[in-house]
Design a protein around this ligand. Structure first.
Ligand SMILES: [Zn+2]
Length: 293
């Protein structure tokens, strides 16, 4: 677990280029230790964990739809986990957004037969990343919503324009009562809201609330990061965001600089939400920058 967490932190750091970078060899060694595990959630849906954003698998009667790809270095392990579940061909790969820990393996899954589907703004983002293999760029894109009929089941993709980035989509397996939330959901930890890629705090809250309104209390939610979750877990994230944003707003009214806010910190009850990539300082700076930009 600690190794998986380390891998996530290192590679998320690479996306934003603001935190510590490990030497490439060290990152490779960390990837070699990653264990890929599949958990069955319903008749046809599985959640796969390894390193990077959680993967969702929809196993239909005549093909597989995969949601997010994690890192290229572990694509073989992910395909092995898929083959343990089914011999059906991999037909579609959906990317929930452009961050590397969700798209790095794309080209390997295209080689395995997948067609890549994503919001239209994912394309320029990945093509501007010199480390991204362009073979893995999405070839089917959409702007607002997309419905995919797969072996009689309906999969629905919904875009939110200013949430975690400017190109997020959630994937709803409606007949299975499961949703893949992408990085609109970091379970029980401060979320990464990528203000430099079009994300906003209010847009993030709105996207979650809009989506939650469509879900049942027992809908299973695959978060972008963290363990399998439900609506109450997601509501807890929204409450945390609203309450910590209010704390930062009050500190601003008191005339504190952002450095003084970091020094003072948030209320004690949020201590457990801090983690390697988004610690309390980074979360305060996100809220402050969002409010003042
Ligand atoms: Zn992300």
């Amino acid at each position: 677990m600690s190794k998986m967490r380390t891998a996530l932190v290192l590679t998320l750091a690479m996306i934003t280029g603001t935190a510590l970078l490990a030497p490439a060899a060290q990152a490779q060694a960390t990837m070699a230790d990653v264990e890929v595990k599949a958990q069955q959630l319903s008749d046809k849906v599985y959640m796969v964990t390894g390193a990077g954003g959680n993967i969702g698998l929809f196993v239909g009667d005549d093909g597989v739809v995969m949601v997010d790809a994690q890192y290229a270095a572990i694509s073989d392990k992910i395909l092995a986990a898929l083959r343990d579940i089914t011999q059906q061909p991999l037909k579609l790969l959906v990317n929930t957004h452009h961050h590397r820990d969700h798209v790095d393996g794309n080209a390997n899954f295209v080689a395995a037969g997948a067609v890549v589907v994503a919001h239209e703004k994912v394309v320029p983002r990945v093509m501007n990343d010199e480390n991204f293999d362009p073979v893995g760029a999405p070839t089917i894109t959409f702007s607002d919503k997309l419905s995919l009929r797969v072996a009689g089941d309906m999969l629905q993709l919904q875009h939110f324009p200013t949430a975690h980035t400017d190109n997020d989509a959630v994937v709803w397996f409606a007949d299975e009562n499961v949703i893949h939330a992408g990085d609109l959901f970091f379970k029980d930890r401060f979320p990464f809201i990528d203000l430099n890629s079009g994300g906003t705090v209010q847009g993030y809250i709105d996207a979650i609330e809009h989506t939650m309104a469509m879900l049942a209390d027992d809908t299973q939610i695959i978060p972008g990061h963290g363990s399998l979750a439900n609506k109450a877990d997601w509501q807890r994230l929204v409450s945390m965001i609203v309450m910590t944003r209010e704390e930062v707003r009050l500190m601003m009214l008191d005339g504190l600089t952002v450095e003084q806010m970091v020094e003072q910190g948030l209320a004690e009850q949020w201590q457990d939400w801090s983690w390697g990539f988004i610690n309390e300082e980074r979360w305060i700076r996100t809220l402050y920058n969002d409010m003042t930009s």
